[in-house]
Design a protein around this ligand. Structure first.
Ligand SMILES: [Zn+2]
Length: 286
């Protein structure tokens, strides 16, 4: 599943190709792509045509296009097209005569002739067109800031984490505490900060919790610089290219490999229906 760095790579691509352009038309080809829209695909198709894309924004794993009703002279966006990639969603820039993908779920046509395709094999992703409230789509107003957000307050997030008698990894995956972190980057940041995934958060000091958030920021910044992590060829940027941060992973999917710090073999334990990968020597539970 794309996490923060992967979604940010896609956001940057959409920013390059869409901002300043007007959407000529939209077509929703699969009802699941508009399942969160009250009026379904037809509502998106009817309301998005003629709007101009003024920005591409992101919070955690959610990205959205800010839309302006340009012909009316309006300059302040009050509508956004929210894009959630889900497990396998791709946003691809295509020329109009590109061969159709069997997993094409929705598309928009831009005033320069380019098309932007939403291709989603497993159909967990969706589009949602709706109001922006304080600049954020209503649907994601409950999502916390992420560690790459300039306005993220690490000491406040650390205090929030410390107030909870729960395993640290479970909290890192809670998008209402800190957003954008999934299984890959949770394991990587915990390895980096030498914290056991099942360590209770209230037993860590505020300083350690802030170190952990900083580790997350560092790891995700590095992943971003390498185009994100592609495991199953489903995650790609808007040009269809994979990222190569998978080569730099220290814990996630490294079961049986020597720890990059101490040489102890990385182990995998089941957690929340998935796996936690960690070094049993560097990451001791306290
Ligand atoms: Zn180690």
């Amino acid at each position: 599943m794309p996490e923060l760095p992967e979604v940010e790579v896609v956001r940057r691509g959409l920013e390059d190709h869409m901002v300043g352009h007007t959407i000529v038309s939209a077509t929703v080809l699969h009802p699941r792509a508009a399942r969160n829209q009250l009026g379904g695909g037809p509502e998106i198709e009817a309301n998005i045509a003629g709007l101009r894309v003024s920005a591409a924004k992101r919070r955690g794993k959610f990205l959205w296009l800010e839309l302006i009703d340009a012909p009316s002279g309006e300059t302040r966006p009050d509508l956004g097209l929210l894009v959630h990639l889900g497990m396998s969603g791709q946003m691809l820039i295509k020329e109009p005569d590109a061969p159709i993908s069997p997993h094409l779920r929705a598309k928009v046509e831009l005033d320069n002739g380019d098309e932007v395709w939403f291709v989603d094999q497993r159909t967990f992703g969706y589009w949602w067109l709706g109001d922006l409230v304080d600049g954020v789509p209503e649907r994601v107003s409950h999502i916390a800031t992420d560690v790459l957000d300039e306005s993220a307050d690490f000491s406040a997030i650390a205090r929030n984490l410390k107030s909870r008698k729960s395993e640290i990894k479970r909290l890192l995956l809670n998008q209402e505490i800190v957003s954008g972190i999934g299984n890959i980057y949770a394991d990587e940041m915990l390895w980096q900060a030498k914290i056991h995934p099942l360590q209770r958060a209230d037993r860590l000091s505020l300083a350690r919790l802030e170190e952990l958030l900083q580790a997350g920021k560092d790891v995700m910044s590095k992943a971003l610089a390498q185009g994100g992590t592609s495991f199953d060829a489903l995650y790609v940027n808007v040009d269809g290219d994979s990222g190569y941060f998978a080569l730099s992973l220290n814990a996630y999917a490294q079961t049986g490999e020597p720890c990059g710090r101490c040489g102890t073999l990385i182990i995998r334990e089941s957690f929340m229906n998935r796996g936690s990968h960690y070094c049993p020597n560097c990451q001791k539970r306290r």
